[in-house]
Ligand binder design. Structure first.
Ligand SMILES: [Zn+2]
Length: 230
C-alpha cells in the first residue's frame, strides 16, 4: 500500500476497451478489492473491432470480450460491470458520452475513479484519449446538481468524486505495493484469451511492475498520477 493513502470505500475504473484496466491498474484493483473496496468496471466500448480474424463479426466479438472482461474482473475481485457499448475505435469527446459517464458515476457513487491519463504525451490511441477525457469530464459533471438535471429523478443524486488515479501515466506521483497481487494481474490478463496472442507481453508486464517496484525497495509496484479534487 502507498504510505498514508486512505482506502476508498467504492472505486470505479472507467476505460475504453476490455483489457485496458488489466494492463494499466489491475494489480492495484486486486489489492484494493482484497482490502474490502467495492470495485466497479465501467467500459466505454466492448472492443468489438479488436480482432485480426476476417470471419469474426463485431457482435460476436463483443459477446466474447465482455465475457473475458467479466472473467478477468472476477479474478481481481471486481464486483460490478457497466458496459456502455459505444463503438470500438469510434469514441469521441461529446456531451452524450459525458452524460453516459456522469450517469454511471451518479448511480455507482465511487469515492475514487481510476482512468486512462488523457494528458499522457504521445498517446496515439484515440479511444484511450477519449476515455480519459470523458472520465474526467464525467467526474466534474456528476458533482453538481445543475449538470444533466434530467438524470436527477427517482432518488438519483449528484455525486462528488474526491480522488482520481490516472493510469498509463508518464508522470506518476503515487505508487502501490502490488507484490501480493501481481500474480492476479497476470492471471486476469490471461483471461483475455482473444487478445493475448503473444505470451511475451505477460513477461513484459511482470518485469515492468518489478522494475517500478525496485526503485522503492518493493517486489513490485504500479504507479499512478493521483489527482485530489477537494
Ligand atoms: Zn485499449
Amino acid at each position: 500500500m502507498a504510505e498514508g493513502f486512505e482506502l476508498p470505500k467504492r472505486a470505479m475504473a472507467i476505460f475504453a476497451h476490455p483489457d485496458d484496466a488489466e494492463f494499466g491498474c489491475s494489480a492495484t484493483v486486486a489489492l484494493f478489492a482484497s482490502l474490502g473496496v467495492h470495485v466497479t468496471y465501467c467500459l466505454l466500448t466492448s472492443g468489438n473491432k479488436g480482432t485480426h480474424d476476417p470471419k469474426m463479426a463485431p457482435d460476436e466479438l463483443e459477446r466474447i470480450r465482455e465475457k473475458e472482461q467479466r472473467d478477468a474482473g472476477r479474478i481481481l475481485g471486481v464486483r460490478e460491470f457497466v458496459f456502455l457499448r459505444h463503438g470500438d475505435g469510434e469514441l469521441e469527446v461529446s456531451m452524450d458520452m459525458r452524460a453516459d459517464v456522469c450517469l454511471a458515476i451518479r448511480k455507482n457513487k465511487p469515492d475514487l475513479v481510476f482512468t486512462q491519463d488523457p494528458w499522457r504525451p504521445y498517446q496515439i490511441h484515440p479511444d484511450h484519449r477519449v476515455a480519459g477525457w470523458s472520465a474526467m469530464d464525467g467526474v466534474i459533471a456528476a458533482r453538481d446538481h445543475l449538470f444533466f438535471t434530467e438524470q436527477l429523478h427517482r432518488g438519483l443524486k449528484h455525486h462528488r468524486v474526491p480522488r482520481v488515479l490516472l493510469f498509463g501515466t508518464a508522470e506518476p506521483n503515487i505508487w502501490f505495493d502490488v507484490g501480493s497481487t501481481l500474480d492476479k494481474k497476470i492471471a486476469a490478463l490471461k483471461a483475455h484469451v482473444s487478445q493475448i496472442r503473444n505470451p511475451g507481453v505477460l513477461d513484459r508486464m511482470q518485469n515492468a511492475a518489478r522494475t517500478t517496484g525496485q526503485a522503492w525497495g518493493l517486489e513490485a509496484a504500479e504507479g499512478f498520477r493521483l489527482l485530489e479534487l477537494g
